[in-house]
Design a protein around this ligand. Sequence first.
Ligand code: UDP
Ligand code: MG
Length: 335
Amino acid sequence: MSTSVFPDGSRQAIALPSAQISIVVPVYNEVESLPRLIEAIASTLQNNRLNYEIICVDDGSTDGSADLLRQIAGDRTDLKAVLLRRNYGQTAAMAAGFHHATGQVMITLDGDLQNDPADIPRLLEKLDEGYDLVSGWRVQRQDAALTRLLPSKIANWLIAKVTGVNIHDYGCSLKAYRSELVMDMNLYGELHRFLPALAFIEGARIAEIPVQHHARKFGQSKYGLGRTFRVVMDLFTIFFMKRFLTRPMHVFGLFGLIAMLLGMAVGVYLTFLKLTLGEDIGNRPLLILAVVLFLMGIQLLSFGLLAELSMRTYHESQNRPIYRVREVIGSKLEH
Ligand code: UDP
Ligand code: MG
């Protein structure tokens, strides 16, 4: 086990040799890769004498992956197969995997052999230095340059700028997490790629290490260029959550008030023209602008109020505090 300590002395070792490690793999039409993948994961973890379980989540495959998983899970004791009723997408498959995992540490990787299970021990070592999340960085990524690498470069840069989490490769599925962290997070849409950003919002310590990446040998990628659009949309959500989740009125209210005041100013000016100078204002574009600005302001303000209400529902219905405590020291004191 590594011995490095954080400057503030707050390193929390996980005691790796005894920790249970859950490997979560989303699977959608990966029938050719599965046997090798499971073998590779098992041999790496066994060689490192780690206590592990593999959780393969079949995301409504149509190529027989589910039957194969059922069969392998019947033969081995280290594999749990979770079969979803239909195809929900990678994020939902991962969330299902987390839900069925029991380990103190979660590792995620793809079911297509593009990630290398041999990297798992290094991820774990890094995690054990006291991080809450360690992300893989596919330094030599083996995917198509124009449709995959370029959009991904731009997306990674944007995500890092917007979220403030400076890692290079958000798209890499190979990651290690402390379980408390993922258990706390609700995943929607395609937010799995933003797990580091979401974790950062929850106050997690995040690290990144280079990992290997192989070209896809079997089957096909499930994504194309359309993913870029969805990533950008998700980025808006994350940006909003990071900055304004607990105070939506501050953003809607600000823009609402500005719009309303501008509308009022223009309106007053036009009224002045009409009443004192007797000018005809009925056909002036400025009048339309005043009305639009004023209405927009009212809409934004009421939207802010609604957002405040739903934010309260979000936190209170789940007993979800607006803060996360890392540690409480001195718990033996009487209150
Ligand atoms: N996947 C899934 N459900 C989906 C699409 C993908 O579970 O609807 C899984 C897929 O089987 C693979 C992982 O998510 O294990 C990543 O998908 P893929 O390899 O196609 O993405 P890429 O590596 O091309 O980014
Ligand atoms: Mg892949």
